[in-house]
Design a protein around this ligand. Structure first.
Ligand code: AHR
Length: 501
């Protein structure tokens, strides 16, 4: 028996709902076709937003959505995307396939989408190719409730009241597609641009996010933090958050590997690379601690997920990939890691919401399918706004090649406002199940319900077989001397909800 230890009385921090956030870029069929079809479409929509997709995302409790990029953000000029649709500028999307972008989806549409989803907006500003004035005016346009050139323009465009802008990032990947900058240079620009991201509302402050590192680039974190914290007074580096981007890419960049046609060795490589997230968070946090001694700056993992070769026959610039049980494991592992680091990780956004990279939803014309990753988010939603509690699971190493062995199990546990203890577990072994003995310290278990997502590692949903991989009720949990006993199947993600007396 494998021992799972839980101490619900030892609370370790608050799990922000935003740890289960999402990202949508003007890339491939994420926005156009995936989320937005326009009011004249035959596909059922409200103000142009697909009803089927909105409904599915609401069920999953999407907490926050980042937009408009990604690399696209540092070439996006927001004034191109406001006003009468037929008069909006047509531009080239240079990053993603060189396709025509007619700016039909802009600020008003994004805010409308967030309204329908009931989620917080996270807008990514353009520092790479935009001016300070442009960024400053965008914030004024979105948030100022008074008489001013930008507030007046918003009203002329049909939106009388300002929107609530929860999160704003000052540039994206400015070490790469966002301007190929060096960290000190970016740090100085960040100080300048962010000064003019004004808080117009008395009721809240915009959470400002600086561009953080690419994966293991600890030097970037160090230098940006140093630059921003120098002579910053009480302003904790002029930032509320620092971003981190890390994708799981199983193979070399020119041969990343197929999303569905992979063997067990590649499965374990993918999981091993995913677990690197733990090291990244710990490493970057240690550097942040040097400057941000009071832990006021959040680590914002605003791009993560699997990046495979595109589906055969699709546009290489559109990054459209399938999603299998392996993706479910990658999602479950990462979300458990984020929970366990909820003291520092304040938001995380999987890339990307629909039809791009590790999506929760795929669409094909009017058809829609929920991916295995969707079902994981739908199971993990009970952690949102809950308190992380102490937990530990015994592990052994599994895998094929010595250098790519991984622990067989990961877990995280929270206590929510309704008094439920939510346990999420992943079994990384491709072929071995484990008998689990769950010990809940000083807890009288009243009842338990569970869900399971499992299958063969390559299993995935298609438009013709959309429910091959879904979360199912799991009833084989018994209570013995107050302990939980169950068997977790191979290659699975599990949720247990325990109610106490
Ligand atoms: O998500 C795809 C791209 O990956 C984003 O545009 C960019 O920020 C990252 O490199």
């Amino acid at each position: 028996m494998t021992r799972l230890f839980i101490n619900p009385n030892h609370r370790l921090g608050h799990i922000n709902p935003e740890l289960q956030g999402h990202f949508s870029e003007h890339l491939g069929r994420c926005i156009y076709g995936g989320l937005f079809v326009g009011e004249d479409s035959d596909i059922p929509n409200v103000n142009g937003m697909r009803c089927d997709v909105v409904e599915a995302l609401k069920e999953m409790k999407i907490p926050v959505l980042r937009w408009p990029g990604g690399c696209f953000a540092d070439e996006y000029h927001w004034k191109d995307g406001i006003g009468k649709k037929e008069e909006r500028k047509t531009i080239v999307n240079t990053h993603w396939g060189g396709v025509v972008e007619n700016n039909c989806f802009g600020t008003h549409e994004f805010m409308e989408l967030c309204r329908q989803l009931g989620c917080k907006p996270y807008v990514n500003g353009n520092l790479g190719s935009g001016t300070v004035r442009e960024m400053s005016e965008w914030v004024e346009y979105m948030t100022f409730d008074g008489i001013s050139p930008m507030a007046d323009l918003r009203k002329e465009n049909g939106h009388e009241k300002p929107w609530k802008l929860d999160y704003f990032a000052v540039g994206n990947e400015n070490w790469g597609c966002g301007g190929n900058m060096l960290p000190e240079y970016y740090g100085n620009l960040y100080r300048r641009y962010s000064t003019y991201v004004r808080n117009y509302s008395k009721d809240y402050s915009i959470y400002k996010i600086a561009c953080g590192p690419n994966a293991g680039d600890f030097d970037w974190t160090d230098k940006v933090m140093k630059t921003c914290f120098e002579k910053c007074g009480p302003n904790h580096g002029f930032m509320d958050g620092l971003s981190l981007h890390y994708y799981t890419v199983p193979g070399p960049w020119d041969h990343k590997g197929s999303a569905t046609d992979f063997d067990e060795a590649s499965y374990y490589v993918t999981l091993k690379k995913t677990l690197y997230m733990e090291e990244l968070i710990t490493g970057h946090t240690a550097i942040m601690d040097k400057y941000d001694k009071k832990h006021e700056v959040g680590l914002i993992v605003d791009e993560w997920g699997n990046w495979f070769d595109v589906e055969p026959g699709t546009n290489p610039g559109f990054l459209y990939q399938q999603n299998s049980i392996r993706d479910a494991l990658v999602a479950g592992i990462n979300l458990n890691i984020f929970n366990k680091h909820c003291d520092r990780v304040k938001m995380a956004n999987i890339a990307q919401l629909v039809n791009v990279l590790q999506s929760v939803i795929l669409t094909d014309g009017p058809r829609m399918v929920k991916t295995p990753t969707y079902h994981v988010f739908n199971m993990y939603k009970y952690h949102q706004d809950a308190e992380l509690v102490e937990s530990y699971v015994e592990t052994e190493l599994v895998g094929i090649d010595e250098e790519n062995k991984v622990p067989n199990l990961t877990e995280s546990v929270s206590l929510d406002k309704d008094g439920y203890i939510n346990i999420t577990l992943t079994n990384l072994s491709a072929d071995k199940s484990y008998d689990i003995n769950g010990v809940l310290v000083e807890t009288c278990v009243d009842s338990v319900s569970a869900k399971i997502l499992s299958g063969k590692i390559n299993d995935h949903n298609t438009f013709d077989d959309p429910d091959k991989v879904v979360a199912k009720d799991f009833t084989n949990v018994s209570l013995k001397n107050g302990n939980l006993e169950f068997t977790i199947p191979a290659a699975s993600v599990m949720l247990l909800r325990v109610h106490t007396k």
